[in-house]
Design a protein around this ligand. Structure first.
Ligand SMILES: Cc1ncc(COP(=O)(O)O)c(C=O)c1O
Length: 388
């Protein structure tokens, strides 16, 4: 029998990191010392008090059964309380918070609840690929919103044709932004809410990097803006904030109908987050946040090292104000993929071509700061010695 995959799978672009991995593995097999600044996966360990909480919670038989899909009320209360402390936004933990098996799960499932075949979804370009993939899985049509340097890597809402804006069902935003590391000011979120109200568009704001910020400039929550809760939902992750990528825990907060719609998908698809992990997540959200402060300091010193070194190499990077990524312009004459391939082949350093995040990523590469200081220094040192 010939097994034929569904069109939605056949039409997927190759997973960005799979192609890079193939090249990397071939070089490794030749004995090259590879340093990966590709994927954004913190090298720092999960803080010990969170691991300890998991250890204890895992031993409790009450946590061995199916969890509730929407999350323990105590987890949702901890998320709401963290939100109030961090952003001054008050949430109803019963109606306005839902747990997620990592924010990727919620991002991928959101269109199932709200996007019908043919519906238009506005996605940032470049952007986290799951926005477009989740849309495509539901038969939705992606309309790309280019993020350009000229517009501070914010979508130009006025450039969206009126017919598209009127027809669009949902818009994805992400600040602090992956991959450009741009941040959004309150005025932009205000404009986005106004645009959403005028055109009846749901706003999904991905705030996975809200806690990785530098120079004391705290990013705001989209929900801090008047009217945001009428039109939107915000996705959060414990992955980057508490170095918990492998644990798979996050949450979405905001408009109660949007939270309920996402919850409805989850009741039918998954059974929520292992309760012991939720207990550990409560410890993460409720205890003092000094481990997050320390991680931030580490990333900031890595950022400074990388930006300085790229500058010496003649490469231009806007020093990031947030996230653990550096978005770098490719040297004149090089395309993104071509430059990433040259760096990998000549230095053994993996970097990500901007085009992996959408066509408007052309002319850029992304470097991740999630390797330890010595290896990072070695990696950028090698890039400095490249002849460009
Ligand atoms: C912009 C953005 N959103 C969401 C995620 C998903 O994170 P998680 O599923 O670990 O919460 C990532 C992961 O890299 C990301 O870069």
């Amino acid at each position: 029998m010939i097994i034929k995959k569904a069109k939605r799978i056949q039409e997927l672009p190759p997973y960005l990191f799979a192609e890079i991995d193939n090249k990397k593995n071939a070089l490794k097999a030749r004995g090259v010392d590879i340093i990966s600044l590709g994927i954004g996966d913190p090298d720092l360990p999960t803080p010990a008090h969170i691991v300890e909480r998991l250890r204890a919670a895992a031993a409790d038989p009450a946590n061995h059964r199916y969890p509730d899909y929407e999350g323990l009320l105590s987890f949702r209360q901890a998320a709401a309380s963290w939100y109030r402390t961090r952003f001054g936004v008050v949430l109803d933990p019963e109606r306005e918070v839902v747990s997620l098996i990592g924010s990727k799960e919620g991002i991928a499932h959101m269109p199932i609840a709200f996007v019908d075949p043919g519906d238009i979804v506005l996605c940032p370009d470049p952007g986290y690929p799951v926005y477009a993939v989740g849309t495509g899985f539901c038969g939705g049509a992606v309309h790309r919103m280019p993020l350009t340097k000229a517009n501070d890597f914010l979508p130009d809402l006025k450039a969206i044709p009126a017919s598209i804006a009127k027809a669009a069902k949902l818009m994805w935003l992400c600040y602090p932004n992956n991959p450009t590391s741009a941040t959004a000011a309150r005025a932009f979120f205000r404009d986005a809410v106004e645009f959403a109200e005028q055109n009846e568009i749901i706003i999904c704001h991905d705030a996975a990097y809200s806690e990785i910020y530098f120079d004391g400039e705290k990013p705001i929550s989209f929900l801090e803006v008047d009217g945001a809760r009428d039109v939107g939902i915000e996705f959060h992750s414990l992955s980057k904030t508490f170095n918990m990528t492998g644990w798979r825990v996050g949450f979405a907060v905001g408009n109660a109908d949007l939270v309920a719609g996402l919850g409805k998908v989850k009741t039918n698809v998954d059974s929520g987050v292992f309760q012991a992990v939720q207990e550990a997540a409560i410890a993460a959200l409720s205890s003092d946040q000094s481990s997050v402060d320390r991680a931030r300091e580490i990333y900031q010193s890595r950022r400074d090292l990388v930006v300085k070194s790229l500058d010496k190499a003649g490469l231009h990077a806007i020093p990031p104000r947030a996230t653990f990524y550096v978005w770098v312009e490719t040297p004149r004459g090089y395309g993104s993929a071509e430059f990433a391939a040259k760096v990998l082949e000549e230095t053994g350093v993996v970097i990500t071509p901007g085009t992996g995040f959408g066509p408007s990523g052309e002319g850029y590469v992304r470097l991740s700061l999630t390797v330890n200081g010595d290896r990072l220094a070695e990696a950028v040192g090698r890039i400095e010695r490249l002849s460009l």
